[in-house]
Design a protein around this ligand. Structure first.
Ligand code: FAD
Length: 702
C-alpha cells in the first residue's frame, strides 16, 4: 500500500509540467519507479507550433526536422527516465538556441539599412557663420541640423540654453529639462559623460573605461539639443557670448568662435590642486578616462620591467613602489584597487618575488585617511589597510616629487612646535590626488567679476546664480561653484530692511524676522540659526536686550565661519543640475506669456525656492570591503558592504547599456581575473589638445 502510494506520488512528480520539463529527479526515485513515465505532449505541441510558423524557426522548422525530433523524442521517452529527461533537455536546448539564432538573424536583417538622405535643408548661416563680437570671431547662431525637420525648426525660436561641461552637473540638468523647452547647446572637449566614482577600478582593469562612459550625443538627444566639441575659454557677459576653442583640421590645431546664450550654465568641474609643490610633472592625476588609461599603462609597464632579469634589485624595488599623495576617497580607493590587483592577479601570473617587493604608500597631511568621514570609518579603513600591507603615512606633507622619489616632511602630532622630520620615498609611480582647484575657464570668469573672493570655485548665491553676473543669465553648478556663505557682505542690506523702527538697534522681534529671512536666502545657515534666543543673548554683549550693528557684524562673522560649503562631490553636482533643470522647466512654462507681453524673465526669487542639498551618505571602497557614512550613522564591512557599494553605483548609471557593460565587467573579472595586457584604446586624443588643465599643472606624464 505504502509502496503504491509512494509510486503514485513519484509518478505525479515525473508527470511533465506545462513547460515540458519533469520535476526534480533523485537517484532513489529511479530505483522505485518500475513503469516509464507517460509520453510528454511537449513535442507534439511544439510540432504544431513549429509547423504553423516554419519561417520563424528557420532550418529547424522543416518537416523533416520536426519528424526527426518527434521520432527521437518518442523513441527515448519510452526508454529509461533519466535518458528520457536528458534527451528532452537536449532537444529543448537545440530548439531554444534555434529560436534565439533566428531572432538575431531577423533583427540583423531588419536593422541594416541602406537608407540615405537626399538634399537635407540647411541654413547658409550654419555653413558660413557671420563674424562679430569684440574679437570679430565666427558666431555659431545656427546649427547644421536646425532645418532638418519641423521639430528642429520649432526649436530655433526657443530661448538659448548653453551648458559648458558634460559631467555630473550638466547631465543631471539635461535629464531634468523638458524636451523642446529650450534650444540647448552643450560644449565640452570630451564627447562623453564619465562615471567618475569607478575610475579607480578602471586604472587596474577591474572595469573597462568603456563601461563608464555614455556619449553626450545620446544624452542630449532627449532635449533635441546640440553638442559642440570644444572648450570654453572666455566670456562676454555684455553681449552674452561664450568664446569657445574648437579643433580645426582633424584635431591638429585649434580655432575660436562665439556661441550666443540667453542662459548659461557653467559645469566645468575642477582640476587638481598643486599646493605649490615642485615636480608635479612626474605625477599622474585621476580625473578623466585618459588619466585612468595612462595610469593603467604605467602600472603594467612597471610590473613588466620589474619582471625582467636585467632589472637591478634597486630599480625593481623602486618600480614596485607606488606612492599615492592624498588620503581622501580617490586616493584611498585607488590604493585599495591596486592592492587587490597585486594580491589577486600579480601573485598568480608574475614571479612571486614581485608580490613581496610591491609597496603601496598613502601619504596624508591630516591625522587620518578619509578624514571627512566619521572617525570610526577612518579607523576601520586604516586597520583594513594595515592588514593588506598598505603603508599609511599620516601628518606628512609632500615637498617635492622627483623622477624617482617623493620628498616629505613628517609632523610630530604630539609636539606641534618641533621641527618636521624630512623623509624620502623611492617611487616608480606617483598619483597626485590632493583636493581641487579651479579649471582655467572658471579662473577667467572669476577675473571678469568684481566680487569673487573664493580661491577654489566661483561664488554663487543660493539660487546658483553667479555672483556679480547679470541676474538670471549665468549659473554655475558642481565642483566649479561654491555657494556663498559670507553673511557679512549682506549685513548693510539686511540691517536696512529689518531695523524697522530705525532706532539703530535690533530688538528680539526684529532679529527673529531677520533670521527667518536669512534661513530662506541661505539654507546653509539654517542649522546654525536654530537656537535664536541663545544666539541673541550670546552676542548682546552689553545685555540691553538689543543688538547693535557691531554686535550683529560679530555674530555674522561667527555664523559665516561655521557655515561649511557643500563638498565637491558628484552628489552635490547632480542635485544642483537637477535643481536648475526643474527651475528652468517652470520658467519655460511662463516664457510664452512673458514674451507675448514683452516682459523680461522672472526673477528666480519670485518663482522658485533656493537650492537645498540633501546628503544621501558617502561611500568608499577599501579593498574587498566598503565603508558607508550617513549623518552620523556609519557602516563598515566586508563582502556584504562591497556588494551594497556595487549595487548603489550600478543603479546610479546613466543608461541600461553601461549597467550591462559594468555587470559583464564584474562577472568577467570574477571568472577570468583582470586584463593584464598593456593594450588600451585611447578614448579621447582631442581632449588634451583642447583642455589646458593638465598642461598647466604639468600632471600626467604619459
Ligand atoms: C576618481 C574620482 C572618484 C570620485 N568618486 C566620487 C564618489 O564616489 N562620490 C561622489 O559623490 N563624488 C566622487 N567624485 C567627485 C565627482 O566626480 C565630482 O564632484 C563631480 O564630477 C563634479 O561634477 P561636475 O559636473 O562639477 O564636473 P565634472 O563631472 O568633472 O565634469 C566637468 C566637465 O566639464 C568639462 N570641461 C572642463 N573644462 C571645460 C571647458 N573649459 N569648456 C567646456 N567643458 C569643460 C569636462 O570635460 C567635463 O565634461 C570623484 C571624483 C574622481 C575624480
Amino acid at each position: 500500500m505504502l509502496s503504491q502510494r509512494l509510486t503514485g506520488s513519484l509518478r505525479r512528480q515525473f508527470e511533465p509540467r506545462r513547460s515540458g520539463l519533469p520535476r526534480i529527479l533523485l537517484p532513489h526515485h529511479i530505483r522505485l519507479l518500475s513503469t516509464p513515465p507517460p509520453r510528454a505532449p511537449l513535442v507534439s505541441s511544439t510540432k504544431r507550433k513549429i509547423a504553423s510558423s516554419p519561417n520563424l524557426l528557420g532550418p529547424l522548422g522543416s518537416t523533416y526536422s520536426i519528424r526527426r525530433i518527434t521520432f527521437l523524442s518518442r523513441h527515448f521517452s519510452s526508454a529509461h527516465p533519466v535518458i528520457s529527461f536528458c534527451v528532452r533537455l537536449a532537444l529543448s536546448s537545440i530548439l531554444g538556441i534555434g529560436v534565439v539564432v533566428t531572432v538575431i538573424l531577423l533583427h540583423d536583417a531588419t536593422t541594416y539599412s541602406e537608407r540615405h538622405v537626399d538634399r537635407v535643408p540647411c541654413n547658409p548661416l550654419s555653413l558660413h557663420p557671420r563674424t562679430g563680437g569684440k574679437k570679430n570671431l565666427p558666431i555659431v547662431e545656427v546649427n547644421l541640423d536646425d532645418e532638418e525637420d519641423d521639430a528642429k525648426r520649432a526649436m530655433k525660436d526657443k530661448p538659448r540654453l548653453v551648458v559648458i561641461g558634460g559631467g555630473w552637473g550638466a547631465v543631471a540638468l539635461l535629464q531634468s529639462l523638458p524636451p523642446s523647452a529650450y534650444n540647448v547647446t552643450l560644449i565640452s572637449p570630451q564627447t562623453y559623460f564619465t562615471f567618475t566614482p569607478l575610475l579607480p577600478s578602471a586604472c587596474v582593469g577591474t572595469v573597462e573605461p568603456r563601461s563608464l562612459v555614455e556619449p553626450i550625443r545620446k544624452l542630449i538627444a532627449r532635449v533635441r539639443g546640440h553638442y559642440l566639441m570644444g572648450a570654453a575659454v572666455d566670456l562676454d557677459m555684455a553681449e552674452r557670448l561664450v568664446e569657445v576653442e574648437v579643433a580645426s583640421d582633424q584635431g591638429t590645431g585649434t580655432m575660436r568662435c562665439y556661441v550666443p546664450y540667453d542662459k548659461l550654465i557653467i559645469a566645468v568641474g575642477s582640476t587638481s590642486n598643486d599646493h605649490g609643490v615642485k615636480g608635479l610633472e612626474h605625477c599622474f592625476q585621476l580625473k578623466t578616462v585618459p588619466d585612468a588609461q595612462a595610469i593603467r599603462r604605467r602600472v603594467m609597464t612597471n610590473l613588466e620591467l620589474a619582471s625582467l632579469p636585467t632589472t637591478t634589485p634597486e630599480d625593481r624595488k623602486r618600480l614596485l613602489s607606488f606612492v599615492i599623495c592624498g588620503g581622501g576617497p580617490t586616493g584611498v580607493e585607488f590604493a585599495a584597487e591596486l592592492r587587490d590587483m597585486m594580491a589577486e592577479d600579480v601573485l598568480k601570473y608574475y614571479p612571486k618575488l614581485l608580490e613581496s617587493e610591491v609597496q603601496v604608500h598613502v601619504v596624508q597631511s591630516q591625522d587620518h585617511i578619509l578624514n571627512t568621514y566619521a572617525e570610526k570609518i577612518s579607523q576601520y579603513a586604516e586597520q583594513k589597510f594595515k592588514r593588506s600591507d598598505v603603508n599609511v603615512i599620516v601628518n606628512a606633507r609632500v615637498q617635492e616629487v622627483t623622477p624617482n622619489s617623493v620628498k616629505l616632511t613628517l609632523k610630530d602630532p604630539k609636539n606641534k612646535e618641533a621641527k618636521p622630520e624630512e623623509a624620502e620615498l623611492a617611487a616608480g609611480f606617483v598619483l597626485w590626488s590632493t583636493g581641487i582647484a579651479m579649471q582655467p575657464f572658471t579662473r577667467r570668469l572669476v577675473e571678469l567679476l568684481p566680487n569673487q573672493f573664493h580661491s577654489k570655485a566661483v561664488e554663487v548665491d543660493s539660487f546658483l546664480r553667479v555672483q556679480g553676473a547679470p541676474k538670471g543669465t549665468v549659473y554655475a553648478v558642481g565642483d566649479a561653484a561654491t555657494v556663498h556663505t559670507n553673511l557679512v557682505n549682506d549685513l548693510m542690506d539686511l540691517w536696512e530692511k529689518f531695523d524697522e523702527n530705525k532706532d539703530e538697534t535690533l530688538d528680539f522681534d526684529e532679529w527673529q524676522k531677520m533670521s527667518k529671512h536669512i534661513k530662506q536666502k541661505y539654507p546653509l545657515a539654517s542649522k546654525n540659526l536654530e537656537r535664536l534666543r541663545e544666539l541673541f543673548d550670546e552676542f548682546d554683549k552689553d545685555q540691553d536686550q538689543r543688538l547693535s550693528l557691531n554686535e550683529v557684524a560679530e555674530m555674522f562673522q561667527h555664523l559665516s565661519q561655521k557655515m561649511t560649503s557643500y563638498p565637491a562631490t558628484a552628489q552635490v553636482a547632480s542635485q544642483q543640475g537637477k535643481y536648475l533643470g526643474k527651475k528652468f522647466s517652470k520658467l519655460a512654462r511662463q516664457y510664452k506669456v512673458l514674451r507675448e507681453n514683452d516682459m523680461p524673465d522672472l526673477d528666480d526669487e519670485a518663482f522658485y525656492d533656493p537650492f537645498v542639498y540633501r546628503h544621501l551618505g558617502t561611500l568608499a571602497y577599501i579593498g574587498n570591503s566598503a565603508v558607508f557614512d550617513y549623518d552620523g550613522w556609519s557602516l563598515a564591512g566586508g563582502l556584504l558592504a562591497m556588494y551594497a557599494w556595487r549595487s548603489i553605483y550600478w543603479s546610479e548609471q546613466t543608461s541600461m547599456r553601461t549597467r550591462m557593460l559594468l555587470m559583464l565587467d564584474w562577472v568577467k573579472r570574477g571568472i577570468f581575473g583582470r586584463d593584464l595586457s598593456k593594450v588600451s584604446f585611447v578614448i579621447s586624443s582631442i581632449y588634451h589638445v583642447l583642455i589646458h588643465s593638465s598642461k598647466e599643472l604639468r600632471l600626467s606624464p604619459a
